[in-house]
Design a protein around this ligand. Structure first.
Ligand code: GLA
Length: 377
């Protein structure tokens, strides 16, 4: 990173920061409903080599973005003005300034191993790496959760994606060997030990290669739908409904809205259940919880796709403990939990099934719960 920085900008960076992508074990589309989620950070991460500038310019270069250095000015950052990948780093600087922090410019060189469009939160990794770099360079002394919320503000207010806070909190606050139990209403999080490989299990990611895009309107429609139903039920958020209240809620709602509510309410309960199982030392018990979560996203929330369903069905048919699509939906990645000895067979079977169906060959790789954002040099 230092060598690339020198080639692009001349001179040396003041430091290098890293922030990971994430997969969510369970708790999907619950974050913007004030609910619970249980993500882990993945080993794939985004790196930022950075150096302050005194003239207020913000220069951005990305190994993945190709193209020339993008030259902006921190005082002129306004939502909508930047529309490429650069909206994420520029948005972080904008959001920090909006929050009242006095900042100057910087030269940033960015490189990443988080695949883009795979539902693994490459944008949150990019935002968090930049936020952590700025936090150190300009001595802002913000906590990891506070930086995560700045990143969410960047994504909502600058990049125009109405996401919740799960991805940014995962990238900022996860620790190696643990899942992050998030309570989005309380703004609280706790680390729950989870080391599948130490217990004879593998956690696989299957990138279906179906590109998902949160900016295309479907995600926003789901979020608005959930918020509207909460209002119809007289609730602050769908978090306020318990599973045993569902049948009463069903009577108060038009029939087509009940599945939406059912997913969110039961999904919150699945997070609580998953955390109890992990705390009790029963990680294999996550399997059926993951699979139930997938069925709920497929049948009630209706955001799966044929490719993700094929991964789940094939993995289960070849002995997986559980499997589900992860992230926002409409493609992206599936996670599979399996006994270690079965992982290879599952991976081969999924690839064969994709070939037979005429789909693009999926990208299958094992992951372990990794560390959150930090300075590495
Ligand atoms: C995307 C969003 C998150 C969350 C998930 C669904 O990843 O960025 O805020 O809503 O979808 O759980």
């Amino acid at each position: 990173m230092k060598e690339a920085f020198r080639r692009i900008y001349g001179g040396h960076p003041e430091g290098v920061w890293a922030a990971p992508g994430r997969v969510n074990l369970i708790g999907e589309h619950t974050d913007y409903n004030d609910g619970f989620a249980l993500p882990i950070a993945i080993p794939q991460h985004t790196l930022v080599a950075a150096r302050r500038r005194r003239d207020g310019r913000l220069r951005l270069h990305s190994a993945q973005g190709g193209g020339p250095v993008i030259d902006l000015h921190v005082a002129q950052l306004t939502p909508g003005a930047v529309t490429t990948w650069a909206a994420y780093p520029a948005g972080v600087v904008w959001a920090l300034r909006e929050a009242g922090h006095r900042l100057g410019g910087a030269d940033l060189h960015i490189d990443s191993t988080v695949p883009a469009g795979a539902g693994l939160s490459s944008s949150a990794a990019l935002e968090c790496a930049v936020a952590f770099a700025y936090n150190d360079l300009y001595e802002l002394n913000l906590s990891a959760p506070a930086l995560a919320l700045i990143c969410q503000r960047a994504e909502n207010g600058f990049a125009g994606v109405p996401c919740g806070a799960m991805d940014q909190l995962a990238s900022a606050c996860c620790t190696a060997g643990a899942a992050l139990h998030l309570d989005l209403r309380a703004g609280a999080h706790e680390q729950v030990p989870f080391a599948p490989e130490a217990q004879g299990m593998s956690l696989l990611v299957v990138d279906t290669r179906v590109k998902h895009d949160l900016g295309d309107g479907a995600y926003a429609a789901l979020r608005t739908g959930c918020e509207r139903v909460a209002r119809l039920l007289g609730l602050e958020a769908l978090r306020d409904l318990a599973p045993e209240d569902l049948s009463r809620a069903g009577k108060a709602l038009p029939a087509h809205l009940l599945p939406l509510v059912r997913h969110v309410v039961r999904e919150n309960a699945r997070v609580t259940d998953a955390v109890s199982q992990l705390r009790a030392g029963r990680p294999a018990a996550l399997g059926p919880i993951l699979t139930d979560g997938h069925a709920s996203l497929r049948d009630d929330f209706r955001i799966s796709c044929a490719e993700s369903d094929l991964v789940v069905d094939t993995a289960l048919a070849h002995g997986a403990l559980g499997a589900r699509m992860t992230g926002g939906g409409f493609g992206g990645s599936v996670i599979v939990l399996a006994e270690e000895g079965r992982a290879e067979g599952i991976s081969a079977a999924v690839t064969t099934a994709f070939r037979a169906a005429g789909y693009q060959v999926p990208h299958v790789f094992p992951i372990t719960p990794a560390a959150g954002a930090r300075r590495i040099a």
